[in-house]
Each structure stands twice: as structure tokens, then as C-alpha cells.
Design a protein around this ligand. Structure first.
Ligand SMILES: Cc1cc2nc3c(=O)[nH]c(=O)nc-3n(C[C@H](O)[C@H](O)[C@H](O)COP(=O)(O)O)c2cc1C
Length: 172
């Protein structure tokens, strides 16, 4: 698969197979995040990987409290993506950390796609409840939760996106 094929193949999956994910694949996904670029190489992230039937269901419930993400009940694995303090050269602020976490997140998504897995990035999460369930400290900054598993349907949807003219200014 070329890189552009990979970009096209990655899409949000909301219908997962009842099939477990090997730990080794999840570790590879986290390694893809680990290799991501970040401001001053500050690497302001950490990841909690949940790959356990009982615990995964508890995480699923935390993604549903706003009435969204009903599909998560049978998601086998989740990656909870946290923002950590960025130690930046010259004491610059944290303003890059959230972007860095986003970059790491998409690297995980692409790694998962390459490994035959599917993902859904979720921002709608009851963070307080999730911290309690996972035993995370109160100051943990959960940014996103990623559903990871095998898609029931591997037919890729058409991407709904703004046309390139609307988003690109080309100065030649
Ligand atoms: C920061 C962020 C938060 C998101 N939160 C949710 C969510 O809570 N539930 C959901 O089903 N999809 C969520 N999505 C997925 C987007 O809806 C999806 O990426 C977008 O519609 C484009 O579709 P695609 O991922 O299939 O290409 C989120 C995506 C991002 C980047």
C-alpha cells in the first residue's frame, strides 16, 4: 500500500468485529506515536492501552455519556491519549502540545490501518469517569480516546471533504 492509498484507506470505523487485537499490534501502534515529531522534541504525550473485555466495556460506556458513540460496546481495544507537560526550549508555553498530540494520534491511526486494523478517534468522552475507571490521577489531561479493532465491513467510503480550491492558496 502506498502512503496515499493508506490515507484513503483510513476512515472512522463505527462497526467492529467481535475479534480480539493482539497486544503486539497495539504496541506497534504506540511505537508509531513514539516516533512522531513534536515541538522541541518535547513528546508531550502518554498512552493508556486497554485491551481487556471487561475494562474495554467500561471505557466504551465513558464514550457514550453525551448520547454519542453507541457503537463502542463491542470495540475490543481502546487507546486513551493523554497530553503531558511539554518541556520546551526557552520556556515557551504549552501551545504546541495539543497539536503534537494530534500528530501522534494520526500516526497511530495510520499504523493501525497498515496493520489491518480500524480506528475511530473520539473526542466525546466523560474524562472524569474515565480517569476514575483507569485509576488515572486527577491532573491527567485526557485529550482523545481511540477505538481500535477489526472492521465488520472493509469497503472504503468516499471521503466527504472540502474541495482543494477552498482550502489552498497557491502562490507560484
Ligand atoms: C478530534 C476528533 C474528535 C472526534 N470525535 C468523534 C467522536 O466522538 N465520535 C465519532 O464517532 N467520531 C469522532 N471523530 C471522527 C470524525 O467524525 C471523522 O474523522 C470525520 O467525520 C471524517 O471522517 P473519516 O474519519 O471517516 O475520514 C472525531 C475526529 C477527531 C479528529
Amino acid at each position: 500500500m502506498s502512503f496515499f492509498e493508506l490515507i484513503n484507506k483510513r476512515e472512522s470505523c463505527r462497526d467492529f468485529m467481535d475479534k480480539k487485537v493482539d497486544k503486539e499490534l497495539l504496541v506497534k501502534c504506540i511505537d508509531a506515536a513514539r516516533l512522531s515529531p513534536s515541538a522541541c522534541n518535547s513528546q508531550p504525550w502518554s498512552f493508556v492501552v486497554v485491551n481487556n473485555e471487561e475494562k474495554s466495556l467500561l471505557v466504551a460506556k465513558c464514550t457514550q455519556t453525551a448520547g454519542l458513540n453507541k457503537f463502542t460496546n463491542n470495540v475490543p481495544a481502546f487507546i486513551v491519549i493523554c497530553e503531558e507537560e511539554a518541556k520546551l526550549i526557552g520556556g515557551v508555553s504549552q501551545k504546541y502540545a495539543q497539536g503534537d498530540v494530534g500528530i501522534a494520534t494520526i500516526n497511530i491511526c495510520y499504523a493501525a490501518t497498515e496493520l489491518g486494523l480500524s480506528t475511530c478517534i473520539m473526542g466525546s468522552v466523560d474524562r472524569e469517569k474515565l480517569k476514575e475507571i483507569l485509576g488515572l490521577t486527577e491532573n491527567k489531561n485526557i485529550r482523545l480516546v481511540l477505538a481500535v479493532g477489526y472492521a465488520n465491513n472493509d469497503k472504503v467510503r468516499n471521503k466527504v471533504r472540502k474541495p482543494i480550491d477552498e482550502i489552498m492558496t497557491y502562490i507560484g
